[in-house]
Design a protein around this ligand. Sequence first.
Ligand SMILES: [Fe+2]
Length: 245
Amino acid sequence: MITLIKNLFSKQNIEIPTISTDIHSHLIPGIDDGAKTMEASVEMIRSFQDQGYTKLITTPHIMSHRFPNTKDVLEEGLVALKKELVSQNIEMEIAVASEYYLDETVMELVEKREILSFGENYMLFEMSYVQPLHHLEEMLFKIEVAGYTPVLAHPERYVYMHDDFSKYERLKEKGVLFQLNIPSLGGYYSKPVQKAAKRLVDAGMVDMLGSDAHKMTHLHALKKVRAAKIYSSIFTKNTIINNNL
Ligand SMILES: [Fe+2]
């Protein structure tokens, strides 16, 4: 009898929360520091598939000083990648947006409303990891006026924010959504990044999850965290909207 009761309340009835849409990766071959070749990209996409993902919104960098990509380059890359997936009979829904490094060049695109957004006009953006961006709030205001909702990529990676949590709260007050990198929770980047990631999760400040996959090691790190206890704790404390995108 005790065994029966134990079984009733054990694993069988517990649904492990998860997501099947990834919204941050670098899968278009040869245009940024992500997949270098079509083969590398396909290998990563197969790994996403093995992990239960059914949709990928890939987000190559648009960074004027390092990867001066354009909307056309990204869209052409997507067409070629989709063609390859069809030829290899790989079933995966795939779309393209971008991870924008905020600067004046990107703000020109915002003003012209030429941002590759995803979902409900979400704009994924990043900034310097080591120093605060001047005029950030002005930029955020312009982004919102242009009709986009700014989504900060991996907030846990900006080291100058770690010692002042109010900086995160301030951004949230300004309407910024937060996209956490799942590998951060496993300590993939560093201990301080892991600590900040846990703190954001505990504070219920995470809106979206991403792999930020550039290469296979990121897929391995992703798999490890998704199987860990900490992964399910994200869903009890945060409203994650990936599966609506
Ligand atoms: Fe990224």
